[in-house]
Design a protein. Structure first.
Lengths: 114, 110
């Protein structure tokens, strides 16, 4: 398996622009997680899905953030409008029901908002 | 809620043994996991403890004491490539989400 795939790997945008991050989980995994990582706040869970249904979005910082999972092989995280404080590395991870909650992370998207 | 404490930085000599501790407070507990992250990379799974005791995987071992809300990661025969950040993470009963600690940056020196 190719592992979790994320695109783009790097994104530089200007404040106020819309940003869309994409994720393809490992085939057969029924949990998908979106994280944000910064030096100050560490690794934060933003939202997670089970069988394409959002389960907990309490980590989504503001209404500017939204996430969708239209099918089992694709998810998006959208920021609109983007702000400089959104600059971070965004990771997508997926997990199967293995009993150990092991999560497999994608390579991340490094977002810079100018 | 859940919170985890682990040292921010540790330095150790190549070939030595290092232990990274993690204490946690959680309203519900299922297991303790450890992840490794190299600079510029993604977190990768190292080990999982659901029951008290020691789990060994090659040079890495992980320990859990549920009664003490405490665990540690033990790295033996340190190599330069072990220089990375190590995160402990807890999962709650009935939930597949993980709450991560802030991470411990391990520097292995010659």
């Amino acid at each position: 398996d190719a592992g979790v795939i994320q695109s783009p790997r790097h994104e530089v945008t200007e404040m106020g622009q819309e940003v869309t991050l994409r994720c393809k989980p490992i085939s057969g995994h029924d949990y998908l997680f979106w994280y944000r990582q910064t030096m100050m706040r560490g690794l934060e869970l933003l939202i997670y899905f089970n069988n394409n249904v959002p389960i907990d979005d309490s980590g989504m910082p503001e209404d500017r953030f939204s996430a969708k999972m239209p099918n089992a092989s694709f998810s998006t995280l959208k920021i609109q409008p983007s702000e400089p404080r959104d600059s971070a590395v965004y990771f997508c991870a997926s997990s199967g029901d293995t009993g150990t909650d092991t999560q497999y992370f994608g390579p991340g998207t490094r977002l810079t908002v100018l | 809620g859940q919170s985890l404490e682990q040292p921010s930085e540790v330095t150790a000599v190549e070939g030595a043994i290092v232990q990274i501790n993690c204490t946690y407070q959680t309203s519900g507990f299922y297991g303790l996991s450890w992840y490794q992250q190299h600079d510029g990379g993604a977190p990768t799974f190292l080990s999982y403890n659901g029951l008290d005791g020691l789990e060994e995987t090659g040079r890495f071992s992980s320990f859990l004491s549920r009664s003490d809300s405490y665990g540690y990661l033990l790295l033996q025969e340190l190599q330069m490539k072990d220089s990375a950040s190590y995160f402990c993470a807890v999962s709650g009963a009935g939930s597949y989400q993980l709450t991560f600690g802030k991470g411990t940056k391990l520097s292995v020196i010659p």
